[in-house]
Design a protein around this ligand. Structure first.
Ligand SMILES: NC(=O)c1ccc[n+]([C@@H]2O[C@H](COP(=O)([O-])OP(=O)(O)OC[C@H]3O[C@@H](n4cnc5c(N)ncnc54)[C@H](OP(=O)(O)O)[C@@H]3O)[C@@H](O)[C@H]2O)c1
Length: 253
C-alpha cells in the first residue's frame, strides 16, 4: 500500500493561505482532486488554477464562510458537484484573537469559537453526510499544540482547539459505522499569517528555545502526517490526535 490519494476527492478549508493553501497542493500532487474553500475567493481561484496547471488534477475554488452554516452547506454542495463527490476533508480554517483573558470580549470569544469549533463541526457534518451515503471517507481536523498546552494570551483559541481535539474522538466513535475515520493533527509553531509577527519577536525567539528539536516547523513538516491519516495506510486508525511539533508538547512551559 502506498501514500497515494489517486482519484480521491478532497475538500480543504482555509485554503486561501498558510497550511490550507499548502495542503491543497500536497493532496493534488498525491493524486487527489481538490476543492479549495475560504472567504477570499480570488486567492483561492489563483491557487486552484496553479495547482491544476502543475498537477493536471481537477482543482476548484469554492467560497465558504465557516462561521455561517448556510454558507458551509452551499459550499460543500458546490464542491461535491464540481468534484463528483467528497471523500476526504481537511478541516483547517482557523483564527485567533490574541488578548489576555480579562480583555477578551464576547465578540472576541464568539469569533474564535464560531470558526475553530462550531465551523469545524458543521463542515465535518456536511461532508460526513455525503461520505456516509457513498464509500465512507477520512477527515483530518487541524487542531493545535495549544489544544494540549496553554498560553497566557489565547484563551479562546486554546479552548477551541481542545474542543476540536475532543470532537475528533467523539466523531470518530460515532461515525466509524459509516466507514468514516476522523483524526487530527496538532501542529506546533509554524510561521504563517496567523503568527508571523509573534514568531519573529523576542518572545518568539524565546519560545523557539523550548522546542526540543530547536526550530519552528514548516508546512512541509505536516505533509507526512496528513497524507498518512487521509490514506488507506491509516485504515485502522481513527480518533487519534497526532502531535507534529518538534517535541514541543513534551517540554515544560
Ligand atoms: N501556524 C501555526 O503555527 C499553527 C499551529 C497550530 C495550528 N494551526 C492551525 O492551522 C490552521 C491554519 O492556520 P494557518 O497558520 O495556516 O493560518 P492562516 O494563514 O491565517 O490561514 C487561516 C485560513 O483560515 C481561513 N479562515 C479564517 N476564518 C474563516 C472563515 N470565517 N471562513 C472560512 N475560512 C476562514 C482563512 O481564509 P479567508 O480569510 O480567506 O477566509 C485562511 O485561509 C488553523 O486552524 C490554525 O489554528 C496553526
Amino acid at each position: 500500500m502506498e501514500l497515494r490519494l489517486d482519484g480521491r476527492k478532497a475538500l480543504i478549508t482555509g485554503a486561501s493561505s498558510g497550511f490550507g493553501r499548502h495542503f491543497a497542493g500536497t493532496l493534488a500532487r498525491a493524486g487527489a482532486d481538490v476543492a479549495l474553500a475560504a472567504r477570499r475567493i480570488d486567492r483561492l481561484q489563483d491557487e486552484a488554477n496553479s495547482i491544476a496547471d502543475e498537477t493536471g488534477r481537477n482543482a476548484v475554488a469554492v467560497a465558504m464562510n465557516v462561521a455561517d452554516v448556510a454558507s458551509i452547506d452551499d459550499a460543500v454542495a458546490a464542491a461535491e458537484a464540481a468534484l463528483g463527490g467528497i471523500d476526504l476533508l481537511v478541516n483547517n480554517a482557523g483564527t485567533v484573537v490574541p488578548k489576555p483573558s480579562l480583555q477578551q470580549s464576547e465578540a472576541d470569544w464568539d469569533a474564535v469559537m464560531d470558526v475553530n469549533l462550531k465551523g469545524a463541526f458543521f463542515v465535518a457534518r456536511a461532508c460526513a453526510a455525503r461520505m456516509a451515503d457513498s464509500q465512507g471517507g477520512s477527515i483530518v481536523n487541524i487542531s493545535s499544540l495549544l489544544g494540549e498546552r496553554v498560553s497566557k494570551t489565547e484563551i479562546s483559541y486554546c479552548v477551541s482547539k481542545a474542543g476540536l481535539s475532543h470532537m475528533t474522538r467523539a466523531l470518530a466513535y460515532e461515525w466509524a459505522k459509516f466507514g468514516i475515520r476522523v483524526n487530527a493533527i496538532a501542529p506546533g509553531y509554524i510561521e504563517t499569517d496567523l503568527n508571523r509577527e509573534f514568531l519573529r519577536s523576542d518572545l518568539g525567539e524565546k519560545m523557539m528555545k523550548q522546542i526540543p528539536i530547536r526550530r519552528f516547523g514548516t508546512p512541509e513538516d505536516l505533509d507526512g502526517a496528513l497524507l498518512y491519516l487521509l490514506s488507506d495506510l491509516a485504515a485502522w486508525t481513527t480518533g487519534h490526535v497526532l502531535a507534529v511539533d518538534g517535541g514541543h508538547a513534551l517540554a515544560t512551559p
